[in-house]
Design a protein around this ligand. Structure first.
Ligand SMILES: Cc1cc2nc3c(=O)[nH]c(=O)nc-3n(C[C@H](O)[C@H](O)[C@H](O)COP(=O)(O)O)c2cc1C
Length: 173
């Protein structure tokens, strides 16, 4: 898939069919994250891929009563077949930027490979310590976010985005 097609057709997916994602695709997705820019090229990130059903259930049941995050679906993650946890260290002053940078690459890679994804950050925060424990993430690290992945039950059109003319300023604000 062309990069611009992936950018413009990527949409947050929160309901999946349960189809298994091949290991090779999951590695390709993390490999795309690995190639992302990071401050001073420090690459102070780790990625945990979770595919075991028991662990997925253990994590995902925390969202079953999830608040509404977008305009067209509830945030339940039914049928999610993999999660990628994005782990960084707060000692890196750019930890959030670095983690977000890798994440966008991974969301686009997932789209290009035909998988749906959801960036889970707000929903993760109240449970971060629990998730770190489940995944054996060292206590001194932070889990910035998780990416839920799977085959979409349906590809919804992306939600309305602001038009270019609303947000683009040439030369001066
Ligand atoms: C920083 C950040 C945090 C987010 N946290 C959550 C979350 O906890 N749960 C969730 O379902 N979606 C979450 N999302 C996904 C957004 O709701 C989604 O990207 C937004 O509604 C725009 O939709 P789109 O991704 O389809 O363009 C998050 C996105 C970002 C960038």
């Amino acid at each position: 898939m062309d990069l611009f097609d992936a950018i413009h057709s990527r949409v947050t997916i929160r309901t999946f069919t349960g189809k298994k994602i091949p290991k090779n695709d999951l590695e390709k997705i993390v490999d795309a994250g690995r190639a992302a820019p990071s401050a001073v090229n420090r690459q102070l990130w780790d990625f945990v891929i979770v595919t075991e059903k028991k662990t997925l259930d253990d994590i995902l049941h925390h969202f079953s009563a999830g608040r509404k995050y977008n305009t067209h679906e509830d945030g339940k993650f039914d049928g999610c077949s993999a999660i990628i946890a994005v782990v960084l260290s707060e000692t890196n002053e750019y930890w959030k930027e670095d983690g977000s940078s890798a994440t966008v690459n991974m969301l686009l890679a997932a789209r290009a490979l035909g998988w749906g994804s959801c960036w889970i950050e707000g929903g993760l925060r109240p449970h971060e310590d629990h998730f770190k424990e489940i995944l054996d993430v060292p206590r001194e690290k932070r889990m910035l976010l998780m990416i839920a992945l799977g085959e979409p039950v349906k590809w919804s059109p992306p939600p309305q985005k602001k038009s270019l003319s609303e947000i683009l300023h040439w030369e001066k604000y």
